[in-house]
Design a protein around this ligand. Structure first.
Ligand code: FE2
Length: 193
């Protein structure tokens, strides 16, 4: 074999080696992206747990706000509470429906002591509406912080966009609720502002 032929073969081998290296690099990058996507996605168990817990909280919200409405003595607060209560009930039903569509059953129960505390606090006739609004506003000063755990799961649900956008639309309602309560609170508690 001539020297020139050997050189061509060597060049060919070098080119192949360089191509192989480039392919390996691209494969590695692809593998990194896939494993990142898989590990970042919310698991089914995580979603079921969130839907079930959120559903239970919303159902308690509907019941406890209902109890507040019954003893509410301020017209503007009652008007807001009626809307908020309906939203809570709707959220509970939508979340339960999605839970069942995903093949799970609602099982989570809020501890009895917590249920009693919420019901007693909001149905109290000793506390004024202004006081109840103030307590809520102080407990939840920032809607973003309150809703972050739900938003975080929704952001990792690209593989289930129905649940993702169900959660996002409920989050939007919750922001309205928090904003309305803060507004009513500021109006009825001018000294706290
Ligand atoms: Fe809610």
């Amino acid at each position: 074999m001539s020297e020139a032929a050997l050189e061509r073969i060597e060049q060919g081998i070098n080119t192949l080696a360089a191509q192989q290296e480039a392919i390996c690099e691209r494969l590695q990058a692809l593998e990194d992206r896939v494993s990142k996507a898989v590990s970042g996605a919310a698991s089914r168990d995580e979603v079921i747990q969130l839907l079930d817990g959120f559903r239970a909280g919303e159902a308690l919200g509907e019941a406890s706000i209902g109890a507040w409405i019954e003893v509410c003595t301020t017209d503007c607060v009652r008007g807001a509470l009626r809307t908020i209560q309906q939203r809570e009930g709707m959220h509970a039903r939508l979340l339960e429906q999605r839970l069942r569509e995903l093949g799970a059953q609602p099982t989570f129960e809020i501890p009895a002591a917590d249920v009693e505390k919420a019901m007693k606090g909001l149905s109290s006739t000793e506390k004024s509406d202004a006081q109840k609004l103030l307590e809520f506003s102080q407990r939840y000063p920032d809607a973003d912080v309150l809703l972050k755990p739900i938003c975080d799961v929704a952001d990792r649900l690209d593989h289930d966009q129905e649940t993702q956008w169900l959660l996002r639309s409920i989050v939007q309602d919750e922001r309205s609720t928090v904003a309305l309560v803060h507004e009513a609170c500021a109006m009825l508690n001018p000294q706290a502002a």
